[in-house]
Write a protein that binds this ligand. Structure first.
Ligand code: NDP
Length: 284
């Protein structure tokens, strides 16, 4: 499809954004369906987050994805949000419906699709889970797993206020039995790692405290899973440490894929061309 005077925009807001595969996957899908839409990534400075969201209305942009660190910061500028986003206070997808901005998060559902269909047929029912981090992606994933029957969620974070509020949200907004905050600097972290079947690592960097905790303990067996939400060409240091101790580690490419499929369907109200999207990001 040629870019012409009818071409419409779809955007990604975040900072940084240059690592993102969202433009690649969405542009491939728009091309496949013959939609005259172009997807661009925009690095937005914090004071301009509100202006960036307002621009969706002014420029009749189809919609936008929101990535770190703005999944919560955009909320005041949105007209309506889904129930799940109300609870987790985070969005990753904004849709412009004739000037009215609706937003939701496809992070949790995308993550669940990834681990249940592509990794291990994982069923959170009755399972203890550890989530490292308390940002928008962490809250979306924990909320989804709690709704799907996870028995207990340990929230590990450097800031205690955010970690405690996150655990409290899970207890009040989902059917989960136990949700508790553990400081990233807690000496019990290593022992706790052994007790959980699934660890979701959502920090944007390799965290020395987590690597030390993994190294201090044999993780157990390959049935223990760690998913690091980052994706790229190289295995992260966290994944590498976990594998060396006997666990199974996966990156976040599959989550990117499934959350993008769901976002695409929200933007266009059309069925996503799944195989083309897979090929675009080399996710098989
Ligand atoms: P946020 O910015 O909302 O949250 C980041 C979290 O990381 C916060 O809990 C923050 O802690 C913590 N953190 C940041 N820096 C450090 C540090 N140096 N040491 C310890 N903790 C730190 O980000 P998101 O939740 O949106 O995204 C998190 C990561 O997941 C990003 O790398 C993002 O690219 C990736 N991601 C991947 C997706 C995929 O599809 N594969 C989808 C969504 C996200 P504190 O609360 O103390 O500030």
């Amino acid at each position: 499809m040629e870019i012409d005077a009818r071409t419409r925009l779809c955007l990604l807001f975040g900072n940084p954004v240059t690592h993102s595969l969202s433009p690649v996957i969405h542009n491939a899908a728009f091309r496949e369906l013959g939609l005259n839409i172009v997807y661009l990534a925009c690095a937005v400075e914090t004071p301009l987050v509100g202006a960036a969201v307002e621009s969706l209305r002014a420029l009749a942009v189809v919609g936008a994805n929101v990535t770190s660190p703005y999944k919560e910061a955009v909320l005041p500028y949105i007209d309506s949000i889904s129930e799940r986003s109300q609870q987790i206070q985070a969005v990753n997808t904004i849709v412009n419906r004739n000037g009215q901005l609706f937003a939701t998060s496809t992070d949790g559902t995308g993550f669940f699709h990834y681990i249940s269909s592509d990794i291990a047929g994982y069923d959170p029912g009755g399972q203890p889970v550890m989530v490292v981090g308390s940002g928008g992606a962490a809250r979306a994933i924990a909320y989804e797993l709690a709704q799907r029957g996870a028995d207990q969620i340990y929230v590990v974070n450097r800031s205690s206020d955010k970690g405690i509020a996150f655990a409290d949200m899970l207890l009040s907004a989902t059917p989960i039995r136990k949700a508790s905050f553990i400081s990233l600097y807690d000496k019990q972290l290593s022992a706790l790692l052994r007790q959980v079947k699934l660890i979701i690592y959502t920090l944007p960097v390799d965290c020395p405290e987590i690597i030390t905790a993994i190294n201090q303990n044999n993780v157990g067996s390959t049935e223990q899973l760690l998913v690091d939400l980052r994706y790229g060409n190289q295995e992260t240091a966290v994944m590498s440490a976990f594998r060396k101790k006997g666990g199974s580690a996966f990156d976040g490419l599959g989550m990117l894929f499934w959350q993008a499929v769901q976002a695409f369907e929200l933007f266009t109200e059309k069925e996503a061309p799944i195989s083309v999207m897979r090929q675009a990001i080399k996710y098989s």
